[in-house]
Design a protein around this ligand. Structure first.
Ligand code: VGL
Ligand code: ZN
Length: 216
């Protein structure tokens, strides 16, 4: 039972978006190819989906600039530009993503009092999204993860998957992901590797699937 988790492939994290990741849009064709030819039984997309007054936004903290550290609910918190506000174009999944192939959209970041980088639970680890139970119930034995941004939502989703789905093989697909900050990117890959998450490329994934029969 193979599952693909596409993390936050949204306008907001692509060039032109409010929290643009460099070259974020270039992963879309790779993600489309993985969905079409990767042999997955289940495809899930996560979606950062914040209320307009979300506490991770610098705009909610008097005098704070985006990309500085602040606090949220007593915890250190990176303060972000307003992004992925519910119902806005910025929050929409990229329209060039093959949306028809996505079985389930898992929204996250709805609670203004806590950020949620992971698709599985809030950063304070209190509330679960329900995705881990769903994947366990479906008997997922392999979970491949990619998307935006490698150093935040992809990393925390992969690390949570590792602990919350102990029986499954978890892999990170490097060329179908992009990071916000180069140092953060290296740290993310180290952290995932140490957690026994395999770092693979889309070529590896696609070479494992049997090519479909040529159409007559
Ligand atoms: C993300 C920062 C804030 C992400 C989401 O998708 O990586 N990063 N919200
Ligand atoms: Zn966010």
């Amino acid at each position: 039972m193979k599952c693909l988790l596409l993390v936050d492939i949204q306008n907001g994290f692509c060039p032109g978006g409010n929290l643009a990741v460099p070259d974020g849009d270039t992963i879309v064709p790779v993600a489309n190819r993985l969905m079409a030819e990767g042999g997955y039984d289940l495809i899930v997309a996560s979606q950062d989906w914040h209320p307009a007054d979300h506490g991770s936004f610098a705009s909610q903290h008097e005098g704070a600039a985006p990309f500085t550290m602040g606090t949220l609910n007593g915890q250190p918190q990176m303060l972000w530009p307003d992004h992925c506000v519910q119902g806005t174009e910025d929050a929409a999944l990229r329209s060039d993503l093959d949306l028809d192939r996505i079985d389930l959209i898992q929204q996250k970041g709805l609670d203004r009092r806590v950020d949620s980088y992971s698709a599985f639970r809030d950063n304070d680890r209190a509330a679960l999204t329900g995705l881990s139970e769903l994947l366990s119930a479906r008997g997922v034995t392999r979970l491949d993860i990619c998307g935006l941004a490698t150093d935040y939502c992809v990393k925390f989703s992969a690390l949570d998957a590792r602990t919350m789905l102990p029986e499954a093989q978890i892999r990170f697909i490097e060329d179908a992901s992009r990071g916000i900050d180069p140092a953060g990117l290296r740290n993310a890959i180290d952290a995932m590797t140490q957690a026994r998450i395999a770092v693979v490329t889309s070529h590896t994934v696609l070479s494992e699937t049997v090519p479909s029969e040529p159409r007559a």
